[in-house]
Design a binder for this molecule. Structure first.
Ligand code: AMP
Length: 115
């Protein structure tokens, strides 16, 4: 799967668009969310373009698993005692960037269900 020219997160993965990088390896990248919803709010993406979690899991289940492991490494590095991993999938669920990403949220009390 190659980069998509009009994709914001492909631009971040290629270095064309600046971001506050947390961790990266050959296949995965994490950076701080520009509009954080918690003291720790980091996004984890595959470098390759997949539009959502289902498409990633179908095309490359091993990479989908590695993304989860990477998210837990990010949380460990950030030193949070607990964290939430969120993958909004589809516009109705609030997905606004259609390059699959996991939100890693922590650093404050996170209860579920919210409110
Ligand atoms: P979602 O709404 O689940 O698709 O999440 C997209 C996330 O990307 C939002 O939390 C945005 O704040 C975040 N975001 C958008 N543009 C940038 C950017 N340039 N750098 C970092 N995070 C961004």
């Amino acid at each position: 799967m190659t980069a998509k020219t009009d994709c914001l997160f492909c631009g971040i993965a290629s270095g064309d668009i600046p971001a506050d990088i947390v961790l990266r390896d050959e296949h995965l990248l994490s950076f701080r969310d520009i509009n954080p919803q918690a003291p720790v709010h980091v996004l984890v993406i595959p470098v390759a373009h997949y539009s959502n979690a289902g498409q990633l899991a179908d095309a490359d289940p091993m990479l989908a698993g590695q993304l989860l492991e990477f998210a837990s490494r990010v949380a460990d590095q950030e030193g949070v005692s607990g964290y939430r991993i969120v993958m909004n999938t589809g516009a109705d669920a609030g997905q606004s960037v259609f390059h699959v990403h996991a939100h890693v949220l922590g650093g404050r009390s996170l209860t579920w269900p919210p409110g």
